[in-house]
Design a protein around this ligand. Structure first.
Ligand code: HEC
Ligand code: HEC
Ligand code: HEC
Ligand code: HEC
Ligand code: HEC
Length: 194
């Protein structure tokens, strides 16, 4: 709650400043979200363990592989009113089925985590069948990786050929190494997707 109180005065200013933009029907929902999320810098303590960074760097997002999408392409439950409690109308059976499995790996919006399946269905299928996926989907343990454990922030994913990518050949050892012994990994086949 403290965090929210701290950012409220900022919010009022933002509304004042952006009022004409908000009235413009041409502004798509992605930009509407960024009116606040691209402007407020701060973290909000949802619970003792869940701390949410609400700032999204709009320019960096627009250059990412998903930069042409609206925020609601993944934050589907936030359609309509921005902060409708996640779990709203998802209208997609694949996503709805995944949500309970990925909930424990999500901080605030399991629908957004599950939404990757909408456009990357075959990768999701491969992951589910892998040792990593079975850890989450069959054993229901949570130490195996889901998409973001290997690809980093969902807002700034770069093509794998670029050095910013967490799965670029220069970063992959570090990314897998968050959970694995690096020497062991070097002997394994690195580059396998899941
Ligand atoms: C009027 C300003 C404003 C707008 C517009 C807005 N947000 Fe937020 N958002 C906030 C604030 C403030 C928080 C943190 C407060 C809290 O946790 O309740 C937040 C938190 C979030 C969170 C973290 C989880 C949560 O519920 O706290 C997500 C995800 C999110 N917003 C997504 C979106 C998306 C997607 C849109 C556009 C559809 C959007 N927001 C539009 C101000 C805004
Ligand atoms: C490619 C899918 C995708 C897109 C597009 C996307 N998000 Fe997210 N976002 C996610 C996922 C997944 C999470 C993590 C959810 C969780 O851990 O519960 C997340 C988390 C967040 C959070 C919480 C940050 C934190 O500390 O976890 C905010 C705020 C947020 N998104 C806002 C936005 C805004 C604003 C946009 C548009 C500019 C946007 N998102 C676009 C997938 C996406
Ligand atoms: C609305 C459709 C859509 C959603 C939802 C979506 N993606 Fe994507 N994603 C794309 C498109 C389109 C591309 C670019 C196509 C390409 O270059 O292969 C892409 C590219 C990627 C890349 C490839 C980067 C590279 O190496 O080229 C990764 C990784 C990725 N997405 C992960 C995710 C994750 C993780 C989620 C869920 C949080 C997600 N995507 C949600 C459509 C989507
Ligand atoms: C264990 C780590 C790991 C997990 C988990 C993971 N990925 Fe990947 N992903 C990679 C690596 C490594 C590559 C690059 C593969 C290569 O170089 O060919 C990659 C490549 C990709 C690409 C680029 C297209 C391609 O085939 O090269 C997309 C899209 C993608 N991943 C999406 C996802 C999505 C969506 C999820 C969750 C369902 C996911 N990944 C889970 C490690 C992972
Ligand atoms: C979030 C943590 C995490 C990340 C990141 C991660 N892994 Fe794993 N990995 C695990 C866990 C946990 C297991 C064991 C799963 C089980 O048996 O339930 C595992 C199992 C494996 C196995 C099978 C090992 C065996 O002895 O059975 C291989 C190979 C592997 N990971 C490679 C990778 C590679 C390559 C990457 C990076 C692209 C990676 N992992 C990223 C957590 C992770």
């Amino acid at each position: 709650m403290k965090g929210i109180l701290k950012i409220l005065p900022g919010l009022l200013l933002i509304f004042f400043f952006y009022a004409p933009a908000m009235a413009d029907p041409e502004v798509n929902s992605g930009l509407k979200c960024l009116i606040c999320h691209g402007a407020i810098k701060g973290k909000v303590e949802k619970t003792k363990v869940v701390i949410v960074d609400i700032y999204i760097d709009g320019e960096k997002f627009s250059k990412s592989v998903h930069g042409s999408f609206d925020c609601t392409a993944c934050h589907i439950a936030y359609q309509g009113s921005p902060h409708k409690e996640p779990g709203g109308d998802i209208n997609n059976k694949d996503i709805a089925e995944l949500v309970p499995f990925v909930r424990a790996k999500s901080k605030v919006d399991p629908v957004a985590q599950a939404a990757c399946i909408k456009c990357h269905a075959s990768i999701y299928k491969t992951l589910k069948e892998s040792i990593h996926g079975q850890n989450i989907f069959i054993k229901k343990e949570m130490d195996g990786p889901l998409c973001l454990d290997c690809h980093g922030s969902p807002h700034y994913i770069a093509p794998k050929t670029e050095k910013e990518s967490k799965v670029n050949k220069f970063n992959i050892l570090h990314t897998c190494g968050n959970c694995h012994d690096k020497k062991e990994l070097a002997k394994n086949t690195i580059g396998a997707n899941t």
